[in-house]
Design a protein around this ligand. Structure first.
Ligand SMILES: *Cc1c(COP(=O)(O)O)cnc(C)c1O
Length: 393
């Protein structure tokens, strides 16, 4: 039973998990569930991965927290490795995706401000986007449901339709500081932005001297079989928000920036108490060991392809229940004909956990370490879920 001492902010599923190993969770009633939600793309290495447990334990014996008043060895080391593996020259560590986004937004505004371009403070965003739940990030996301009752709303975001280059072009003006986009919308329903659109955005930004911000909080860190979608698209953003998978379950976020884009943030201008503490940094570094390990991303690509082919076949064979399979790597979505909840619950009744997005999408986000026979178990479960939804309608 959910305690009444908690905010009534969630409609929680009445399952209590007491342990986890790999892709599996076990309830207090000793029932096993295959977790293809991964704490919403956070548990990229499933539960109790030995390398992550070891890294956490080792650091737990040392220093947990130091203020950013001091030089933090673990933070330097993790930043150096991130910079070596990405487009970025600079990193600012935080504890969540929304904070990484806040840092990106502040960095972009301040960049133009410091150059004397004080009117350039608006950011173009896209319909269906999700950037977090802080006041600025709900304004950036622009979704009415998340904004309602939270006014006055933060100004400075101009939303355009998804993947509409003409609308985007028309929206850029002398007040535009940046374009902000999730290369694959997660909460918005696993909607990939075509690579040529991302390239078009880069060109548009260069043409107008504005910054390109990627929100790879959900699609980054190996989720698609690429370290970041920006790598696969061959598009270099100026700023990028990263979180979820980068901590493998420990709260870690980071805003990555080019040298140029980061120039506005000078000592005392932005800060965080917890961000970049040694415990988080030790786990993040261990995540990098795994994601960037030999052949790991190729393996994710391979499993993603196999999974997607099998899901496409499932959609073909159950066209009365399912409409489409989409996504990239292990960031997959099934579009249902009827509301997604009946299908998601039917799968859960068969011991498969997934995550909804909107009204018609089942998000399928297995741990990146998922085994092929677990993928097959999921498929047979989804097959049963189709039958169950069919029987009940
Ligand atoms: C989850 C998510 C966020 C917010 O992350 P939090 O850690 O919940 O603050 C931001 N952007 C995207 C794309 C996300 O999926």
């Amino acid at each position: 039973m959910v305690s009444l001492a908690l905010y009534n902010a969630y409609n929680r599923i009445p399952l209590t998990f007491v342990s986890g190993k790999g892709s599996w969770l076990t309830t207090d009633k000793n029932e096993k569930y295959l977790d293809f939600g991964s704490g919403i793309a956070v548990n990229a290495f499933g539960y109790a991965h030995p390398h992550l447990v070891e890294a956490l334990k080792k650091q737990a014996e040392g220093i947990w927290h130091l203020s950013n008043l001091y030089d933090i060895a673990e933070q330097n080391a993790f930043a150096d490795r991130l910079i070596a593996a990405t487009f970025a020259d600079r990193a600012f560590f935080v504890n969540s995706g929304a904070e990484a986004m806040e840092c990106a937004i502040k960095t972009a505004r301040r960049y133009h401000w410091l150059k004397g371009d004080t009117k350039r403070n608006r950011i173009i965003t896209f319909e269906g986007a999700f950037h977090g739940r802080t006041l600025a990030t709900i304004a950036a996301g622009g979704k009415d449901k998340y904004l309602e009752g939270f006014g006055p709303h933060i100004d400075g975001f101009d939303q355009v339709p998804f993947a509409d280059h003409d609308a985007l072009k028309a929206a850029v003006n002398e007040k535009t500081a940046a374009i902000l986009i999730e290369p694959i919308q997660g909460e918005g329903g696993i909607r990939p932005v075509p690579y040529e659109c991302l390239r078009g955005m880069r060109d548009l930004c260069d043409e107008h001297g504005i910054l390109l911000i990627f929100d790879e909080v959900q699609c980054g860190v190996g989720r698609t079989g690429h370290f970041f979608v920006s790598d696969a698209a061959g598009v270099t953003p100026d700023l990028m928000a990263v979180a979820k998978g980068i901590g493998g379950g420990f709260p870690v976020g980071v805003c990555l920036a080019t040298e140029e884009a980061s120039t506005g943030i000078t000592p005392g201008i932005h800060g965080t108490t917890y961000g970049g503490n040694p415990l988080a940094m030790a786990v993040g570094a261990a995540v990098l060991d795994l994601v960037l390990g030999d052949g790991f991303l190729d393996e994710v690509k391979h499993k993603g392809l196999i999974f997607k082919q099998k899901l496409a076949k499932l959609v073909d064979e159950n066209a009365d229940i399912l409409e489409e399979c989409r996504g990239e790597g292990l960031l997959l979505g099934l579009k249902t004909k009827g509301p997604n909840m009946a299908f998601i619950q039917a799968a859960r009744d068969e011991k498969l956990l997934t995550v909804p997005a909107g009204t018609y999408i089942m998000r399928i986000l297995p741990p990146l370490t998922v085994l092929e026979d677990e993928i097959d178990f999921a498929l047979s479960t989804l097959e049963k879920a189709c039958q169950k939804v069919r029987d009940e309608s």
